[in-house]
Design a protein. Structure first.
Length: 749
């Protein structure tokens, strides 16, 4: 018999142990991530009393795949448009949190005398709160619908993005023996360049591809295509110097803007769960009990650093973002733990060989302890605020709580600021696209033409003309876009003093566009500088005046915008999009939350008038989503049906009480065995109250909840009882009903 490969044996051991341990953790209502880590600890070579994994190299390979798919799934749940709509508040909060916690990590590491790289990586690990653990804690505590929970999740999304950037920067720092500011700046610019390039090209090309093959794609094909795109981007990311995880995240965020995003997310979820479980199990394998004993004091100090640091600096960061003191404390206390990204950063440090072997198990131990404490920290926020409120002057508390109300309206920007920001973004995006196109043409197309035609002037001319034609729509949009925007026209009409600066903005963009044409010409043509500039100006003016290029530029831009909005359009068509007034509610304590009507809800079949939710709970039902249709502003006669999703407006307290009521107002299934339907024979006696009554008058159905099947008259089959027939003494009828109802009926005869 052939021997089973080691990889299969190790995989069987991992999954069996992980399954058993996670069942226990599920029963204990603890995050499954902790169960995976404990399972890894049990099957690790450090545990002498249990079966151990044989080939660690294969497990680490699977774990790397798990990280890639975890970040791919994270990208699918992420939208860059959401970040833009959030405004500056969560950005301010997340930057302050990461800076403060990273600094604390470096300080603590230096206090223990650890190396510089250990301290830098430790700072990155302490700055990353766990999206998975916090989301699970909010769900378990019934807080996910509350407003502060939404703020925390917004900041966590940004943290995950900055974690990707941090991983790239840490890799750059680790690769240099003495990293300086120039290297850091180069890394940041490289990240921005490829990030914008991949997003723009991806959002333009991938939705077109999926749309063209939509009729041929079923679930199986879509899964293969999406995972193929994920792996392809991961490979490409490593080729340009980034991590595979970064590329997987970018591809996920690109697919998140497509119509198929939700479908892909559901298909990929089992794959992510499998490889993600192996990753977290591999994390537990690196926990060495001896290291935990030797580093007990650092572990304790790091746990206290995270708890106290997030409670203080996290709360201050949310206040700087514009939240009231109470809301900021609830947010800050919720983030007092580290999780999956800390493990990923630690794995990066180990793979690069720049951190000590002790740091990984130390961080895992800190994560386990802080994860256990997360629900208690979330609950502790309100008592801590009450204690602070009791000891601080009332005027100070009042001022801090009103900070969010006094925030300036970001919509009231100056026209100049809005116009310049739009122009700058426009120039950056089109400059990156033009630069990438030129680089590709010089690296691949030009050598191909030279091989075909030889190193001649016309091979250079063919390359130059083709390159300029390809970048022409980008250059025209760079110069002409926003010149007829409402801000530009308003500033032009307001004052003659605005006209010269406005013309100057056009000139600056013209010069930038000219530099791209000059670069192409100077690389391929050996003319003097003045002649090259003249050729460049003539070519650029021709591009601007060309109707064909104008039409192509507008067409490309519209196609990109439609692709970017495709998921929103699909949501509007199927009634999934939230109402526009959601972000404009005047009272900050009032917001919208979604609730699903359970299948066994006692509210099913009742009208909103009968339920009287406004009087009972103080909430208002603004919409009912049923299948792919949305019923907006339902009236009192609208009925609720199983699996309806309702949008409800109310305060945090009102929505919390309402959510509890939905879960409690369900049909009791504890006595399901007693509700079995029975068939019984029923004889009408002289003393029966049913004598002389018709079937309707008897109330057998309406009062006793039973149904008369038929009348027994000695025939082969039961006779049907006519509606006007009156019951007589000694009539034998057969009835169907629940046992309790039948007993009630028999007692009445």
């Amino acid at each position: 018999m052939a021997e089973l490969p080691t990889l299969i044996q190790d995989l069987a051991l991992i999954l069996v142990v992980a399954g058993i341990v996670t069942l226990v953790f599920k029963r204990l209502k603890q995050p499954l991530v902790l169960g995976y880590i404990v399972a890894g600890f049990l099957v690790s070579p450090h545990m002498p009393y249990t079966a151990s994994v044989v080939d660690m190299a294969n497990i680490h390979l699977w774990a790397d795949i798990g990280v890639m798919f975890l970040l791919f799934s994270l990208g699918l749940d992420f939208s860059f448009k959401k970040i833009v709509k959030m405004g500056a508040s969560p950005i301010i909060s997340v930057v302050c949190i990461i800076f403060a916690m990273s600094l604390l990590g470096v300080i603590v590491g230096n206090a223990f005398g650890w190396s510089q790289m250990d301290c830098i990586f430790l700072g990155g690990m302490l700055a990353m709160s766990s999206t998975t653990i916090i989301y699970k804690a909010f769900d378990d505590l019934g807080l996910r619908q509350q407003q502060f929970a939404g703020l925390v999740m917004s900041v966590l999304i940004l943290e995950d993005i900055l974690a990707i950037v941090m991983m790239v920067m840490l890799s750059a720092i680790a690769s240099g023996s003495n990293p300086d500011g120039g290297q850091m700046l180069e890394s940041i610019l490289s990240i921005v360049f490829f990030l914008v390039l991949w997003l723009v090209v991806g959002i333009f090309a991938i939705p077109l591809f999926l749309r063209s093959v939509r009729k041929q794609i079923n679930n199986e094909v879509l899964l293969i295509v999406s995972l193929g795109l994920c792996c392809a981007m991961a490979v490409f990311s490593t080729k340009v110097g980034f991590s595979s995880a970064f590329g997987a995240f970018i591809m996920g965020s690109i697919l998140a803007e497509t119509v198929e995003a939700e479908r892909i997310e559901k298909l990929v979820d089992p794959v992510k769960n499998l490889f993600g479980a192996i990753f977290f199990v591999s994390v537990g394998m690196l926990v060495d009990p001896q290291i935990l004993v030797d580093y007990a004091l650092p572990i304790f100090i790091l746990v206290m650093t995270i708890i106290v640091g997030q409670a203080i600096f996290g709360s201050i960061s949310f206040m700087l973002g514009g939240e009231s003191l109470k809301s900021a404390m609830r947010c800050g206390f919720s983030m007092a733990q580290i999780g999956e990204f800390s493990f990923i950063i630690a794995s990066l440090g180990l793979s690069l060989g720049v951190i000590g072997d002790f740091l990984y198990p130390v961080v895992v131990a800190v994560s386990v302890i802080t994860t256990f404490l997360t629900p208690y920290m979330i609950r502790l926020a309100t008592p801590a605020y009450n204690l602070l409120e009791a000891h601080l002057p009332s005027q100070v508390i009042k001022t801090l709580n009103q900070l969010s109300v006094s925030r300036p309206n970001t919509a009231q920007k100056s026209k100049w600021k809005s116009l310049l920001l739009q122009m700058a973004l426009n120039v950056i995006v089109y400059s990156i696209l033009a630069s990438a196109t030129i680089a590709i043409m010089f690296m691949f197309f030009h050598p191909f033409v030279v091989d075909m035609l030889g190193q001649t002037w016309y091979s250079n001319a063919i390359t130059g003309v083709t390159t300029v034609m390809l970048i022409a729509p980008f250059l025209r949009a760079m110069v002409m876009k926003k010149n007829r925007s409402p801000e530009f026209r308003a500033l032009w009409a307001e004052s003659n003093r605005n006209r010269l600066p406005l013309l100057f903005t056009i000139l600056v963009r013209f010069v930038i566009a000219l530099s791209f044409v000059f670069t192409v010409c100077s690389h391929l043509l050996h003319f003097g500088t003045s002649l090259l500039l003249t050729v460049g100006v003539v070519v650029l003016v021709a591009i601007i005046l060309s109707r064909g290029i104008k039409k192509r530029s507008i067409l490309l831009e519209r196609l990109f915008v439609n692709n970017l909005r495709s998921r929103e359009i699909e949501a509007e068509v199927h009634g999934k999009k939230r109402p526009l007034y959601e972000g404009k509610l005047l009272d900050r304590d009032i917001h919208i939350a979604d609730f699903d009507i359970p299948q066994d809800s006692m509210w099913v079949g009742k009208t909103l008038k009968e339920l009287n939710l406004g009087h009972q709970y103080g909430v208002h039902v603004s919409s009912i989503l049923r299948g792919s249709q949305r019923l907006n502003i339902p009236d009192g006669d609208s009925r609720l049906y199983p699996l309806d999703r309702i949008e409800v407006i109310g305060s945090d307290q009102q929505l919390a009480i309402f959510g509890q009521a939905i879960q409690q107002q369900v049909v009791n299934t504890d006595d399901i065995e007693r509700r079995e339907m029975k068939l019984r024979q029923f004889i009408i006696t002289e003393s029966s109250p049913f004598v002389g009554k018709t079937l309707k008058e008897s109330g057998i159905r309406s009062e006793y909840g039973c149904m008369v099947v038929g009348l027994e008259e000695g025939k082969e089959n039961l006779s049907r009882i006519a509606p006007d027939r009156r019951f007589q003494v000694n009539d034998i009828i057969w009835i169907v009903g629940e046992e309790q109802d039948i007993s009630h009926l028999l007692r009445a005869r």
